[in-house]
Design a protein around this ligand. Structure first.
Ligand code: NAD
Length: 481
């Protein structure tokens, strides 16, 4: 039985005035879980008014009191960890183990935000001149909005709202219309933690809500995470309307494997990074750059390891690779696999042949191409699916130069035992999130998520002290005594 999702506005579950809804599918079974309203600008306006009203008192609520609500919230998230993880798997498809890990990443963001009394502190210089002192005080900025993608329904919203509200802002979330269920659970738990009405709001929908947010005069800042073209658009539009904006975008992450790498560790890490979460991670490894003589052994072992992967419903124990998010995304992925063969890349493992790929649910088995050339679509585009491309080069310098040719620069990894190679990589790679001997340099609540080039639009990144800067503004006070 399906049900229509409600918006959460001013502490009330509120029906959208939208005439249109979209079905929310379980991608593993194709079952319809709910209908999500395509809310209108009027729905958004209601939420902005509620958030603006709540801002007056929330921004003046003592910071330790705000933090105490987040402590309570953290406890509720921990108490509901398994249920939250099940909900992530249900609507997104990733394995329960991955979903469980995602919930942890989200909880860590709440833990970081609960340090608000420390994070919100200003600075003073008692003697900036004779009898003059100067000090910086930090304040919230107002109503802020968050727009999130389908691939991390728990973690990505948690990059935004815990810190935003801890800093004294009020928040409106527009979750992905493809994975909107978890957001409502987050709102219920915030309510249970004692968050005052209007501090956190949800308006479900798609383009109309986003466009409304970008233009709304009472929204001060936009946090966006999603695909590159939309990130670029959001950044342009929001900036044109005078808003602060951070827009985290797509990726094409390269993993460089040196001849001296620990082969077993490398294969384990790359298989997880390429095929975990069905490749639907902005930190997924989508290109392996094999340096020198390690290539043949590496490709052989990657194919063997991919053969051992269990594909299926992420709820089932032992399943590693779940479905991609929608039928259309599966079709697009199959298009890239067919296109890769036409472009002349060598198909080493064909995920289309896996049994799950022809049954119910949007499954594509792990797919590996060798002999991929820069310039091929396989190398260039973010496929966002379990498709791994391998490029062969002779030297580390060539490998780094190749990775640096990509328009994207979210992350990059190096597998080596050499300190000199590690240093050369760290100093010359153009990417913001680096991994050494690990496949997924995952974003952490405590540090900024530092994508570069077309993987990020804006100035201040999400998380860590960048996040605090993004969600606050300052007053400088100079006093004569
Ligand atoms: P998406 O761009 O399709 O959607 C993201 C959000 O934007 C959704 O809320 C959606 O409703 C909205 N949106 C989509 N098209 C729009 C349009 N034309 N106008 C206005 N709003 C629009 O992204 P997705 O498919 O949900 O997520 C996957 C993408 O997100 C991948 O490219 C992935 O790399 C990226 N991502 C990046 C990071 C990062 O930190 N850099 C993290 C997670 C995901």
């Amino acid at each position: 039985m399906t049900h229509g999702l409600l918006n959460f506005i001013g502490g009330q579950w509120t029906e959208s005035n939208a005439g249109q809804t979209l079905p929310v599918y379980n991608p593993a079974t194709e079952e319809v879980l709910a209908d999500v309203p395509l809310s209108t600008k009027d729905d958004l306006d209601l939420a902005v008014r509620a958030a603006a009203e709540a801002f007056a008192s929330w921004s003046r609520t003592p910071v330790p009191r705000r933090a105490r609500i987040l402590f309570k919230y953290q406890q509720l998230l921990v108490d509901n960890w398994e249920d939250l993880a099940r909900l992530v798997t249900l609507e997104n498809g990733k394995s329960y183990a991955e979903a469980y890990g995602e919930v942890q990443r989200g909880i860590e963001c709440v833990e970081f935000a609960a340090g608000a009394p420390n994070l919100m502190m200003g600075k003073q210089l008692p003697d900036i001149a004779t009898n003059l002192e100067s000090g910086m005080y930090r304040y919230p900025i107002g109503v802020v909005a968050g727009i999130t993608p389908f691939n991390f329904p728990m973690m990505v919203p948690c990059w935004m709202f815990p810190l935003a509200i801890a800093c004294g802002n009020t928040f409106i979330l527009k979750p992905s219309e493809r994975t909107p269920l978890l957001a409502n659970r987050l709102a219920e738990l915030l309510h249970d933690a004692g968050l005052p009405a209007g501090v956190f709001n949800i308006v479900h929908g798609a383009h109309d809500v986003v466009n409304g947010m970008l233009e709304h005069p009472s929204i001060q800042a936009i946090s966006f995470v999603g695909s590159q073209p939309v990130a670029e658009y959001v950044h342009k539009q929001a900036s044109a309307h005078g808003k602060r904006v951070q827009a985290l975008a797509g990726a094409k992450n390269h993993s460089i494997v040196m001849p001296d790498a620990d082969l077993d560790l490398t294969v384990k890490e790359i298989v997880n990074a390429a095929f975990g979460s069905a490749g639907e991670r902005c930190m997924a490894c989508s290109v392996v750059v094999a340096v020198g003589e390690i290539g043949d052994a590496l490709v052989g072992k990657l194919a063997e390891a991919a053969d051992r992967i269990t594909v299926g419903n992420g709820m089932v124990e032992g399943v590693f690779l779940g479905p991609v998010i929608r039928e259309s995304h599966k079709e697009r992925t199959l298009g890239y696999i067919g296109g890769g063969e036409e472009e002349g890349a060598l198909l080493v493992r064909d995920g289309r042949q896996d049994e799950a790929s022809s049954g119910r649910g949007y499954f594509v088995g792990p797919t590996i191409f060798d002999q991929v050339q820069p310039g091929m679509k396989l190398w260039q585009d973010e496929i966002f699916a379990p498709v791994l491309s391998i490029v062969r080069v002779d030297t580390l310098e060539d490998a780094i130069a190749l990775a640096n040719r990509s328009d994207f620069a979210n992350g990059a990894c190096l597998f080596t035992r050499s300190g000199a190679s590690m240093r050369q990589f760290r100093e010359t790679i153009d990417a913001g999130m680096l991994g050494i001997n690990l496949g997924v340099p995952a974003p952490m609540a405590f540090f900024p998520f530092s994508g570069w080039k077309k993987s990020f639009y804006g100035d201040l990144h999400a998380n860590g002290t960048d996040g605090v800067e993004f969600y606050t503004r300052k007053k400088m006070v100079t006093t004569r005594w």
